[in-house]
Write a protein that binds this ligand. Structure first.
Ligand code: GRG
Length: 295
């Protein structure tokens, strides 16, 4: 049997997560209609679904049941969508454009955007708390803890707090890295670890190293694209970080060294999953995709 090519595999799983989220999100005509419509506006029909793909690829490697992977991928994408909605609000990054369309608070209003983020976050945990999800209750509790830690004050929300406090401050590379490990890296790591929940200790330890490196590489590439790509290609405002006086990999390292750093992180990620050989094909391809992406 010839192996499915990466783009086909990715598209199949992007459609799969879209359908799963469509079923998971409350219908737009269910009261309160505006909130439900805004939740669907923010979580459906956009995004590269990188976190879901990482989750499915790790699940495949670790023989995690597909239904568990669906719930985990949905939960991570819902947390991600909530973070983008809140991040775009005037009190945070204040951005009018997200995934090629008006940000949630622009399309609706600030109060709705706040509630959308809150409700998407709750829904993410509901996905993992479903009574019939896992035969092994302890494993299911572990999944809830992984997501809670990754999204909380010692994870994504904490990283966002450090980011907001660092505007105009001269961070060094170590401080920048520590911030991004939380802000972007924690949820990417959670995506991989939730997919890998049925894996062996050896698999999980190797995947953690893979995820840490690929999470940082994702952010370095994001900073490079912020400088090199245009808003239409990105579907969000290009040049935002540089213009808002935020420290980035490009401002700290310069463009050429930032690119070399992304390559080094990619190499580390690939080395971590080398022992799995062909079984880690999708994870390798995802590392390629993350470091070579153009948007
Ligand atoms: C509001 C608690 C809270 C956290 C916000 C992740 C985050 C923290 C803010 C997003 C700001 C940002 C643009 C960070 C750069 C990396 C990143 C997460 C980019 C967006 O992720 P993609 O490219 O988006 O995977 P899509 O639209 O493809 O899903």
């Amino acid at each position: 049997m010839t192996a499915q090519i990466f783009t086909d595999w990715a598209q199949t799983h992007q459609i799969r997560i879209e359908k799963t989220l469509d079923h998971t999100l409350p219908a737009a005509d269910l009261a309160p209609q505006q909130l439900h419509s805004a939740m669907r506006y923010s979580a459906l029909g956009g995004g590269k679904r990188v976190r879901a793909l990482l989750c499915y690829a790790a699940a495949d490697l670790c023989n995690t049941e597909l239904a568990v992977a669906d719930a985990a991928a949905s939960a991570v994408e819902l947390i991600h969508a909530y973070s983008l909605v809140h991040d775009d609000m005037p009190c945070m990054d204040d951005d009018d454009l997200r995934r090629g369309k008006p940000s949630c608070h622009k399309q609706y209003d600030d109060a709705t955007a706040l509630l959308v983020g809150d409700a998407l976050q709750s829904l993410a945990f509901e996905c993992l708390a479903h009574p019939n999800l896992c035969k092994n209750a302890s494993l299911q509790l572990q999944m809830l803890a992984i997501l809670a830690q990754a999204s909380g004050s010692l994870g994504m929300a904490g990283g966002q707090a450090i980011d907001l406090a660092s505007v105009g401050k001269p961070l060094n590379q170590t401080e920048l890295e520590a911030m991004h490990c939380l802000k972007t890296g924690a949820l990417i790591q959670a995506a991989v670890l939730l997919g890998a929940v049925s894996g062996s200790v050896t698999q999980i330890n190797a995947l953690k190293v893979y995820a840490q490196n690929i999470g940082l590489a994702f952010q370095v590439v994001d900073d490079i694209l912020d400088v090199e790509a245009d808003s239409q290609t990105l579907g969000k405002t290009a040049g935002k970080d540089a213009n808002s006086n935020k420290p980035t990999y490009v401002t700290i390292l310069g463009l050429a060294t930032a690119k070399m750093h992304a390559q080094q992180l990619y190499n580390n990620a690939i080395a971590a999953i080398a022992p799995f050989g062909d079984q880690a094909l999708r994870l390798r391809e995802l590392a390629d995709y993350i470091t070579q992406r153009r948007f």
